[in-house]
Write a protein of this length. Sequence first.
Lengths: 325, 358
Amino acid sequence: MTTASAVNKSALPPGRAQAFLKRLQAGEELAHAMAGTAAGAIFVITALVLYELITQSTLARQKFGWHFLFSSTWNPVTGDFGALPFIYGTVVTSILALLIAVPLGVGAATFLSELAPAKVSNALTFLIELLAAVPSVIYGLLGIFVLVPILQHSVVPALKAVLGALPIFAGAFYGVSYFSAGIILSVMILPFIISVSREVLLSVPRDQRDASLALGATHWQTTWRVVIPYASKGIMGSIFLALARALGETMAVTMVIGNTPQIKASLLAPGYSIAAVIANEFTEATGDLYLSALIELALVLFGVTFVLNGLARIMIMATGTKGTH
Amino acid sequence: MVKIDKASNVTKQPSQSLIQRLLLAAVAVASLAGVGSAALSVTGAGATFPYPMYSKWFNEYHKLHGDIEFNYQSIGSGGGIKQVTEGTVDFGASDGPMNDEQLQAFKAKRGCEALHFPTVLGADVPTYNIRGVTVDLNFTPEALAGIFLGKITKWNDPEIAKANPNVKLPNTDLIVVHRSDGSGTTYVWVDYLSKISPEWKSKVGVGTSVNWPVGLGGKGNEGVSGLVKQTENSVGYVELVYAIQNKLPYGQVKNLSGNFVKAELASVTAAAAGAAANMPADFRVSITNAPGKSAYPISSFTWLLVPSKISDASKKKAIVDFLHWMVGPGQKFAGDLAYAELPKQVAAQEEKAISKIQ
């Protein structure tokens, strides 16, 4: 039997051939191949999306060049397009959302993993994960019918009374604004931060906590100085996920941001975001230059996501992570 | 050695042949059922404004001709023009007529003309929310242009006040609301503003999306009315049908003859009748600021876009028959849905134009 198979596979030494066959039979090679294909598919899809965005936006890129990124005009009638107000709106609302959601989210995750009894923790986590399943349009409706009136009648007058001198709270407030959009976005990204951070915090090994407590640290000191730093990479991952969602969020933002392409320092002014303008104008965009400009905006959003993620990672590396494994 | 019993080979299990027969019967029935319900399906896409009307029409027409099914997707006028040019749909629908550039593109792509058939009439109305004002305000063309250009910033501006002598207008800032999405509603509004204001025409222009000098953007008629309802001292524009069905307060506009007219089915039809005298053969006409003492100035047709050559004979017959029905018996369904009917002269002209479809 062995001589027959050795004759067949005369190219390979018998030992290696048999080892290969054995791995194939055990499913190793197949498993590697499938996993590799899945990973490769993601790269391929991203590359295809990027390719489409680049080719379809050629007309606009050739006409406007780099000026597109710095121009504030958006005029479909004369064919003059510029992306700056949208980039500004996207970045401002996403950063505002993160500023609100990260402390709340990490705090809630810490509570759920460290301090709450298991039953409470599980029930609350279930509810929070339900929040992630709510469609964007519902958040938009909630924003315009619930949040905006509350802000108009209660929150913003109080805010202006105390902090009205600051340029970020200057000017008239009409309800729809960067501020409202930032708050709605923070509610939308909260579930991602909470559920992923909670999982990561729960997976911190028992002995890390025990060692810290044994050395005389209090529960809070253990949580703040040992557990959270250990889990910081996972928490950062959840923040990136949340940031990606905030940057791309469309319907909820377009319903509460005011859809006005302008750049204002005040958070209470209406603005616009890239995803919102694409959603609003894409179906009616007749004319190749108009369509091409909208697709170039999509390409810019791609770029903005890339840059913001990169900056965030650099910031993490610069501040360093003490006390991790 | 195993002995093969010939008898057992020949006889199959009784249940096996029964199953096979049942399967065969099921497949036969399924295929016959498919053949029987092979309805002719005609697809169209386009404007959102007339969607409720078209929906009702296609439903009623299907009751009369059960073997023909019209399928309409309201993706927007721009989408309708694009898709009918590409040939993805059999007909398109648009609130604004195709411009020369789009007609050229259609001819180049499809090798025939794009015929426009007016279906119903729509109108834009100025809706507002002013504290303490519950009556219908009068708006002059100059007032509307000034408001939307950002030049009139207070409600008690003389231009608005002089048309409303009996109304106490507050000395508050005026907040403008417009559409953020491209739409036929916007097209009609800015078309009117361009006609009555040379400054608007040169500064902003006409289109389904424009660079608004001032104002907040709401998505869809519902977005604009939502913003107006929630923002005190605001003014915006919505479709008449939408305002009627949602019981929104809206003002009267001064027409070309100098009368303040409230938008109603009768005044909108009067605007079209006023323009019917000079109707071009291809029906691509703007009827904003139309002559006629009871005409509402911000009215518009909405059109079906049909290729002049349809290769599929059964589809061609379906579309031609539907168009004949639409300009005749179909018009009576318009009133219930708050759409204005076509005036008789226009309907008669259209009947003749339908024969242009080859």
